[in-house]
Write a protein that binds this ligand. Structure first.
Ligand code: SF4
Ligand code: SF4
Length: 181
């Protein structure tokens, strides 16, 4: 377990009950973000220290990767046990120019129907909670370094997507970093 004062624990608490939509968005897509594609083993990156929440668990597996520890689940979990990345999905707090900005996670585009709605299609309290999490994380040097790496990966994916699928109609709402008011 993480101590309650740990920044990741505080963020997990902030996002325990706040969801992207008023209703259960998993009904829209059959909880697409919880399913691995056939033959693929996907997971969510844990924030630094979050491994402590899953140690010794038979229903979760952790895999070290160059980007961080990947949590691999069975596709179903108790809501109270979701890792922080799942709680924030499909949003992501980015660290830009010394401040937190919230964006639709570039990785969500392939799986999440909400990604097309853009930031303002999602509940305001959810966006605000993700932003607050970004601020809490950014106060800690290790977490901030992780946010910087996530931001870099997000930007690389956005750039790649633009290169592969240029779309003049793609509005800036999807670009990494709409700041929340
Ligand atoms: S893929 Fe998107 S819409 Fe579907 S459950 Fe996940 S967050 Fe909700
Ligand atoms: S940890 Fe839970 S919420 Fe996250 S992908 Fe797995 S089943 Fe879904």
């Amino acid at each position: 377990m993480l101590p309650p004062e740990h920044p990741v624990a505080r963020c997990r608490t902030l996002l325990r009950d706040v969801t992207p939509l008023q209703e259960d968005c998993g009904r829209l897509c059959g909880a697409a973000c919880c399913r691995s594609l056939p033959g693929e083993e996907t997971g969510m990156l844990l924030f630094p220290g979050e491994e402590a929440c899953y140690e010794g668990r038979a229903d979760f597996r952790m895999k070290p990767t160059p980007a961080g520890t990947l949590l691999i689940c069975g596709g179903v979990c108790d809501r109270g046990e979701r890792p922080l990345a799942c709680r924030m999905f499909p949003l992501l707090p980015l660290w830009r120019d010394g401040a937190v900005k919230v964006a639709v996670d570039a990785r969500s585009r392939a799986v999440c129907p909400l990604a097309e709605m853009g930031l303002r299609g999602l509940r305001e309290d959810f966006r605000a909670a993700v932003r607050r999490c970004g601020e809490l994380l950014a106060e800690d040097a290790e977490q901030r370094a992780f946010l910087i790496r996530l931001t870099r990966t997000h930007d690389e994916l956005c750039a790649l997507r633009k290169e592969l699928m240029p779309s003049p109609s793609e509005p800036s709402r999807h670009e990494g970093g709409d700041r929340l008011v």
